[in-house]
Design a protein around this ligand. Structure first.
Ligand code: SF4
Length: 326
């Protein structure tokens, strides 16, 4: 191993020992189930948001077996507010599959992990590193940023070549043991020192080894896809103290309760209310109407009290709250 790589390992390990985020709740036992839940929650959500939600989740579903036995509705309800509900559904599916095929024990083998429904290369490697302490390259946003800067990788990281360069660079400095410590240290350095935007190079343990020429401009990405505006019309059926919702058939928000579409036949002239929300590459304006005519039989009535205990995606819950305020 090159001298620079071994210095990086040593300095990173010493820095992590003194400054790492050892108090994150999923880092207390590193149980495979806790790592699995934290990795699903952390996809596209911040550590600060996840921390209290992780603790609540563990009270509701303390083991993989209990999660596997829970009804999907309860799992979606517990996930409420974290967004991207497909993640909750996939986590539930992983739990049921592991119970059925692996006697409730999360496998320690990359190919077996990748064969599980809903586990991609990132989550599989995160499990191997954090739960089973294996030396594998875990490429989360923080680690990618540190590596791109450390090695001055200017290739856009969302291209195949850019991704391969990052992967190869991590592999070069991976120690033969202690995969958990190494991945955690790189991740924390990215979150706390080598931050996005302006990094704190003056306090960085790797400043002597770092080759970044313009660190605040790394990592690079391909030009962004433009945000498209969209409109949708939804019906706010509120009759005799009951609100009428439909169960989404997917692909978006599958299994969750949503405000039904308002057809042109049902639509009155006046908009009752509206909200705007972002989703993937869209900015959606949801117009809400109090529809004319009878209530479609496919809708289900709920009392206002019952709304608290069913899974409703955040934009629809906000739209309902706004309607009730009017
Ligand atoms: S010296 Fe600066 S750019 Fe380089 S790894 Fe450290 S914080 Fe990041």
């Amino acid at each position: 191993m090159a001298q620079r790589d071994s210095l990086i390992q040593k300095k990173l390990s010493a820095w992590f020992h003194n400054h790492g985020r050892h108090d994150l709740p999923w880092r207390t036992s590193f149980s495979p189930y806790e790592v699995l839940v934290s990795e699903f929650m952390l996809q596209q959500t911040t550590v600060a948001t996840i921390t209290p939600r992780f603790l609540t989740w563990m009270k509701l579903f303390p083991t993989l077996e209990i999660l596997a036995q829970a009804p999907e509705e309860a799992v979606l309800k517990a996930w409420q507010g974290l967004g991207y509900y497909a993640r909750a559904r996939r986590l539930h599916l992983v739990a049921t599959t592991v119970v059925k095929n692996f006697e409730g024990k999360i496998p320690q083998d990359l190919d077996q992990l990748l064969a599980l429904p809903g586990i991609g290369p990132y989550t599989a490697k995160a499990l191997l590193a954090f739960a089973f302490d294996q030396p594998v390259e875990v490429l989360d946003t923080n680690i990618i940023r540190v590596i791109a800067r450390l090695n001055n990788i200017t290739e856009p990281i969302d291209t195949k070549r850019g991704h391969l360069l990052i992967e190869e660079s991590v592999r070069n400095i991976l120690p033969p043991k202690k995969g958990r410590l190494f991945a955690s240290a790189l991740m924390d350095l990215g979150a706390m020192v080598c931050k996005s935007g302006e990094p704190l190079c003056e306090t960085c343990p790797l400043s002597s080894e770092c080759e970044a020429e313009e660190p605040s401009r790394l990592p690079r990405k391909q030009p962004r896809v433009a945000i498209t505006k969209k409109k949708e019309q939804r019906a706010f059926y509120y009759r005799r103290n009951k609100i009428y919702l439909e169960k989404s058939q997917g692909p978006l928000w599958k299994g969750l309760w949503i405000l039904p579409h308002c057809t042109s036949l049902q639509k009155p002239r006046e908009i009752f209310s509206s909200i705007t929300y972002p989703i993937t590459r869209y900015r959606v304006t949801m117009e809400l109407y109090r529809p004319l005519g009878s209530i479609p039989k496919s809708l289900h009535p709920f009392s206002i009290h019952e709304l608290k205990s069913i899974a409703i995606p955040s934009p629809h819950r906000k739209a309902l709250e706004k309607c009730f305020e009017q």
